[in-house]
Design a protein around this ligand. Sequence first.
Ligand SMILES: Cc1ncc(COP(=O)(O)O)c(C=O)c1O
Length: 278
Amino acid sequence: MSIKVWFDSELIAADAAHVSVFDRSFSVGDGVFETLKVDHSTALALTRHVRRLARSAAGLGLPEPDRFLITNAVAELIDANSAEFGSMSRLRIQYSAGTGGAGSERASERTRIVITQTKATQWPATTQVITVPWARNEKSPVVGLKTTSYAENVVALARANAVGSGEALFANTVGDLCEGTGSNVFVVLAGQLLTPPISSGCLPGITRELVLEWVGARETDLPMSALADAQEIFITSSTRDIQPVSHVDGRLVEMAPGPVTVRAQEIFAQRMAQTPDP
Ligand SMILES: Cc1ncc(COP(=O)(O)O)c(C=O)c1O
């Protein structure tokens, strides 16, 4: 048995799946994607992820992806790979503008869907983070879209990893706290759970959204100094869930995890187990 991937409209062996060197997602990052967790054959929050994929596609001016096809393809893929992965794995849904057009201009409407399943990332119980001097652009034409142009995140995360940190946090162009390279951020100030609003330029993270709905938090603009003042900090993503932050730029956070974070983790785990596609 070999690992399968979904490629265009069928399941094929992963090592037989090749995209064109002219694929626009490869050449100019003209594509969108989703990453989600598979827990015991269930793709978590699949409906929300497929909805966000469609929103990201619309933001890039791509034709609407076939959500029904994607949802069924995910089920088929997980079923086909059931012997290959343990109880947890990671799914990536990619929607590319397809081939054609060597520059920024698109030359064809033939899009491509690729869905891959890989081993789950093992995240440590807490993480250190750094802040980086580069800004997230809340006025970008692709703000809030999960596009395959991830080079800024690659560079920032490499800087974090080089000093033993697991994530890098960005401010936006006006210097407010925004998000991580692959995560949203929450802080606890005077016992209140706070997170930057979508207008800060952060990705509307699905985990962030679920924390707001299930746990409750206030969305508010936060200066970067909130990271130094916070009693607790955590970052969220679909593969991490809620991960407490122990250090920011080498400085110890008061509590990691503190009581607000622990409660958020408990509620999140319980609600996700009850409603895996909330
Ligand atoms: C830039 C960025 N922000 C936030 C997130 C968290 O989003 P989600 O909770 O939907 O995984 C991600 C996820 O990879 C991301 O890439």
